[in-house]
Write a protein that binds this ligand. Sequence first.
Ligand code: AMP
Length: 476
Amino acid sequence: MPAKKKTKVVSVQKKVVKTKTKSMSKKSATDAKNTESGDAKSQRGARAINLLRGMKDITPKDEIYWLNIYQKAVELANAYGFGFMETPVLEEAVLFTRSIGKDTDVVEKEMYVFEDRDGTKVALRPEWTAGAARAYVTHGMQTWPQPVKVWNYGPVFRHDRPQAGRYRQFHQFGCETIGHRHPCLDAELILVGYNFLKDLGISANVQINSIGNAEDRQNYTIELVGYLRSKRSYLCEQCKKRINKNPLRVLDCKEEHCVEVISESPQIIDWLSEDSKNYFMKVLECLDELGIPYILKSTLVRGLDYYSDTVFEYYEDAVEERSQNALGGGGRYDFLIEQLGGVPTPSAGFAMGLERIISILRSKEGNKNILEKEWSRIFFAQLGEQANYRTLKLIEDLRLEGIVVRHNLAKSSLKGQMELADKFGATHTLILGQKEVHDGTVIIRDMDSGNQEIVDQNKLVLEVKKLMKNIIKIRK
Ligand code: AMP
């Protein structure tokens, strides 16, 4: 942004300020003072309320990231034919217990569950897929043209141990393709997630595996449990418990000794049925055709019970594997909708973790251009009570014509407003004082040269449109 000259405004009557100050009655001044001190007193004694652990505020300082990432999600979902769907934050807890699985970390340790005022056991959604599957059944979507492709976007909740990249409320963008089983549909989902990262300037790879059908998994699990029992003494305490409860989860452990044990464990790919094996090969062929880089990862199983066959995760390139956090993941869930009372409905989906993605965007200076927010470069300053009201109306007239101006109607000092205009990098400031209200005019001040021009208020929209065209031309 070019350095701006210190702004000095002399043309608008200082008198207006004086008159205004004088005209403020003594009584209202005292009232204002009393209210202020009353508020301060009550605030002084009150305990400040803290943010809950693992939760995060999104403030206007983060806006540039959140709105851009949302925009990308909308663009991509539209481009691939997904329709927006939002299910409630709160669902019957049994929805998640039955679909995600009662022995999984998400349900057993992390889900926010409580009884509502009617005594119904409810849960904050820990992910989107179960809700989407429930909605498919609720709305009889099996009668719609198949597959039903939906996308979702918003907060999910897990009472996890907070640490870098792990929150208790976080946001996901996800897509679900419900109602068909076809390798191209898996590949399309993988592509959408991959392109989401690519469009945001993140170079990522896909790690992929197949966990077969329920029978394949059962056979494999028997073999795996036998192996893990033989190595039990080398495993961490957590994994020792997992052998009986959720043995597949051991494959995810990052503890050094567990990693060694896992590296020699039987591989699920060797236990796949012919059907699952062929299906997986076709998914890989589709990815080859699309040129999506992938890594076959035999230990990738995902943590939730409803997955079958293809499972995948996204990781940032060039980040050391042990310190990696997945940026997103997904897979097929061919049996989930049946488990929730629907007809057999093969499906697949993915979810991207937005906090982790935004944290990468923040660390990359180069992404500034992709994300730069274009604020209006025109500021509206006013001086005096009448000008204050009139400005509110003129700003509204401009807005109705698609022109956004920055302003601060609560500031009465013109000097303060001009400083603000400088701070915002305004190229022009529209100034309205008592005289201008009376004459039906507005001053347009060029912030670089200090030149001022007086225009008729009726022509303001036209004049500002001209200005904006020039600003765009100069930037090009
Ligand atoms: P999952 O449903 O566990 O596969 O999660 C999908 C994506 O959400 C992950 O790849 C992460 O990017 C993100 N994610 C999962 N858990 C958390 C968490 N506790 N905090 C922030 N992001 C998370």
